[in-house]
Design a protein around this ligand. Structure first.
Ligand SMILES: Nc1ncnc2c1ncn2[C@@H]1O[C@H](COP(=O)(O)OP(=O)(O)OP(=O)(O)O)[C@@H](O)[C@H]1O
Ligand SMILES: [Mg+2]
Length: 268
C-alpha cells in the first residue's frame, strides 16, 4: 500500500516527578501520495509530537506509522523535515546546503549537480548559490531549507511552522511557493501552522486538533490549495467559502483556548 498511514497513535510522556502527559490519544489518519494536509490546533495539542513521530524521531507509546506499507522505526530520507528556522549549516554555502543530502548518500557532483541547480532555480536562489547562509534573509533561508529537503527526494515532507518567523509579505510569497512545489513535485506534505489563514490556503485537507489529550477534532477538505496553484492568494481569499470556513475554525479554536484557560484557572 502506498502513502502514509498513522494508525492509532498515542503518546504519553512520563515526567521525572512521577506524573505524565498524554500528548496524543488514538490518532488515526491516512494520507495518499500527493496529498497536502495542514494541521492547526491550540498550543500543546500535540502537533509537533505527531510530526516527530511520523519523522521517526520519537517512538509512540501505542500505534504505528506505516509508509508505503512498511512500519516506520526511525528517521529515513523518505520522510524529509523542514524546521521553522535555524536548521541550516551556517558554515556551508547555499549550494552546499542543498547538495548535503545527496553527498551524504555518497553521490558525486556529476550525479546530483544538475538536480541541485534545478532546485536552486525553482526556489529562485540560483544567483545566491555561493553565498553564506548568514548573508541571506529569513525568507531566503527557508527557501534553502525547502530546496535542501527536496534534494533528498523524500516521499513525504514534514513542516513544523516553516513560515512562522517570516514577515507577512514574505510569508505570502512563500505560501505560493509551497503550493507551486507541491504541484510540481507531487510530494505528500504535512504542514503545521498557527495561522488559520495559512492552514486554509495550504490545506487541501485541514486537520484541527484538540488538546488534553491531543487528538483529531475535525477535518476539512478544501478547494483553496488547488485554486492557489494558479491564482493570486489574495484572489483565493475572496472565494465565498473562505471567510465562512475561517470564521468557523477561529470560533472552534477560540472555544478550545477558553476551555484550556478555564481549566488552568480552576487548577490554580
Ligand atoms: N519531551 C517531552 N517531555 C514531556 N512532555 C512533552 C515533551 N514533548 C512534548 N511534551 C508535552 O506534550 C504536549 C504536546 O506538545 P507539542 O510540542 O507536541 O505541542 P504543539 O501542539 O506542537 O504545541 P505548539 O503549538 O506550542 O508548538 C505538551 O503538553 C507538551 O508539554
Ligand atoms: Mg509545536
Amino acid at each position: 500500500m502506498s502513502g502514509l498511514t498513522i494508525e492509532n497513535i498515542s503518546m504519553r510522556f512520563d515526567l521525572p516527578n512521577g506524573g505524565s502527559v498524554q500528548a496524543l490519544k488514538d490518532v488515526t489518519l491516512d494520507l495518499k501520495p500527493g496529498e497536502l494536509m495542514s494541521v492547526l490546533g491550540p498550543s500543546g495539542c500535540g502537533k509537533t509530537t505527531l510530526l516527530n513521530i511520523v519523522a521517526g524521531f520519537l517512538a509512540p507509546t501505542e500505534g504505528r506509522i506505516a509508509m508505503n506499507g512498511h512500519t516506520v522505526h526511525g528517521p529515513d530520507a523518505e520522510r524529509g523535515m523542514v524546521f521553522q528556522q535555524g536548521a541550516l549549516f551556517e558554515w556551508m554555502s547555499v549550494r552546499e546546503n542543498v547538495a548535503f543530502g545527496p553527498r551524504m548518500k555518497g553521490e558525486r557532483e556529476a550525479q546530483y549537480g544538475a538536480n541541485v541547480d534545478h532546485l536552486l532555480d525553482v526556489v529562485g536562489l540560483q544567483d545566491f548559490k555561493e553565498k553564506a547562509i548568514y548573508e541571506l534573509s529569513g525568507g531566503m533561508q527557508q527557501r534553502v531549507a525547502l530546496a535542501r529537503c527536496l534534494a533528498n527526494d523524500p516521499d513525504v515532507i514534514l513542516m513544523d511552522e516553516p513560515l512562522g518567523a517570516l514577515d507577512a509579505l514574505t510569508r505570502e510569497k512563500m505560501q505560493s511557493l509551497v503550493l507551486k512545489l507541491w504541484k510540481e513535485t507531487g510530494k505528500t506534505i504535512i504542514l503545521i501552522t498557527h495561522s488559520v489563514e495559512e492552514a486554509l490556503l495550504l490545506g487541501e485537507r485541514l486537520l484541527v486538533m484538540a488538546p488534553r489529550p491531543g487528538r483529531i477534532h475535525k477535518e476539512y477538505r478544501l478547494p483553496f490549495a488547488d485554486l492557489g496553484v494558479d491564482q493570486d492568494l489574495r484572489e483565493v481569499k475572496k472565494h465565498p467559502d473562505y471567510n465562512k470556513t475561517r470564521e468557523e475554525i477561529l470560533a472552534m479554536i477560540w472555544d478550545m483556548e477558553e476551555e484550556i484557560m478555564g481549566r488552568t484557572e480552576e487548577s490554580a
